[in-house]
Design a protein around this ligand. Structure first.
Ligand SMILES: [Zn+2]
Length: 399
């Protein structure tokens, strides 16, 4: 057995640090690996050579700051990861490899609330079809990341009763899908997956502390602290939508009054435009009209931005993130919403918390959650299967 502190266990710990850094970043130069792991350049160089010899990583020439460098990524054929995202009205599936290449992606309309069994059946079909068309050996699939538009109870793994998916209450989504696909399934809510997607592939690349804000039928935040999603013991961290803005404001679905959500979510703000713009207005259409210059839509979006900014200011005072990424269809409004968010942040956050903050629109649009589901597998899969070929087999525990 490996003794803690022994040469073997130190070596294994160093291998894991390098593999984890590359696994989450996609590709890094050796200098970047040294910076992010704290290992010396010489140690990184030795470990990369060892991982390359075992076929775990690929090393390709590149340039960094005009100098020749070597870019290290996990070997593309070392394993396959799959992302499945249930939105309220769609199902989206993506297939990727450990080198962060997306090999296939497809979405189809789906009334997710109607029946969970129907939803999982459609997901199974779409996954199997994409695996077949890309010619991947099913044995290469390491795991599936699954996104659901509601909070997951950490202890039971089921969708909570406060969920906005009434037909799914009490269902254990990861067990349901794992039973159908025969591989491990990791599940998380849409805000956390959006945060992971933007962190790994989008507007959050290169930062370690980030808040991803998604405004849709509800308002949620995915929090990344020091490179990891922070869920809290009950899995409800990031419920920014229920920060109180006005004690005598409208009654929220949580039972409180004047929550941030009651000033920003679609069901509260679209009715403001009903008399002037009709009852069929959607969030997407409101954003489009605002971009075309419609004064009413601009006013509503500006107010939404100011209110989100109040919540973001509180978040900055507590967590001091270096980046806030706005996702969902509201992000398409660009400066019409981002400007008012920044104004509120500079008004309500303490200066030292806001100084290094950048507020950006998401770069991935509607793909953020499914790419986040791929990133969830990369984050949770562990390194054992990757390091098997590198390390000598461990001695049996009882000899
Ligand atoms: Zn509330």
């Amino acid at each position: 057995m490996e003794t803690p502190g022994s040469q073997t266990s130190l070596h294994r710990a160093n291998l894991e640090r390098v593999v984890r850094a590359v696994r989450m970043a996609g590709s890094l130069t050796q200098a970047e690996i040294a910076r992010s792991t704290g290992l010396s350049a010489a140690t990184v160089s030795n470990i990369v050579r060892e991982l390359k010899d075992s076929g775990t990583v690929e090393v390709t020439p590149t340039s960094a700051g005009g100098r020749r460098a070597r870019s290290v990524s996990l070997s593309g054929d070392a394993g396959i990861v799959i992302g499945v995202d249930f939105g309220h009205t769609h199902l989206r599936v993506a297939i990727g490899n450990l080198a962060h290449q997306v090999l296939a992606e497809e979405s189809e309309p789906l009334d997710v609330d109607a029946s969970s069994a129907h939803g999982f059946g459609r997901a199974e079909q779409l996954v199997n079809r994409l695996v077949e068309t890309t010619g991947i050996s099913p044995g290469k699939v390491i795991g599936v990341g699954l996104g659901v538009p509601g909070p997951i109870d950490v202890e039971s793994g089921t969708l909570g009763s406060t969920s906005i998916l009434p037909g799914w209450t009490g269902i254990n989504p990861s067990q349901e899908l794992a039973g159908r696909l025969g591989v491990p399934v990791y599940v998380d809510n849409d805000a956390n997956l959006g945060a992971l997607g933007e962190l790994v592939w989008g507007a959050g690349r290169g930062v370690r502390d980030l808040a991803y804000i998604k405004v849709a039928s509800g308002v949620g935040a995915g929090l990344v602290i020091d490179g990891h999603i922070y869920r809290g013991p009950g899995g409800t961290a990031g419920e920014i939508g229920h920060i109180t803005l006005d004690e005598s404001g409208p009654v929220c679905r949580c039972g409180n009054r004047g929550c941030l959500e009651t000033f920003t979510a679609a069901r509260y703000v679209l009715p403001l435009l009903k008399p002037s713009h009709g009852a069929d207005l959607t969030m997407e259409r409101m954003v489009q009209l605002a971009r075309e210059g419609d004064p009413g839509c601009r006013r509503v979006i500006g107010d939404v931005g100011r209110h989100i900014g109040s919540g973001v200011a509180n978040l900055c005072n507590l967590l001091n993130p270096s980046r806030v990424v706005l996702g969902g269809s509201l992000a398409e409004a660009g400066e019409l919403v981002l400007g008012p968010i920044r104004d509120s942040v500079s008004r309500y956050a303490i200066p030292s918390a806001a100084r290094q903050l950048s507020v950006l629109p998401g770069a991935l649009g509607g793909r953020a959650e499914v790419l986040g589901a791929l990133a969830l597998v990369l984050s949770e899969m562990g390194d054992s299967s990757l390091l098997e070929s590198t390390l000598p087999a461990a001695a049996p525990a009882f000899t």
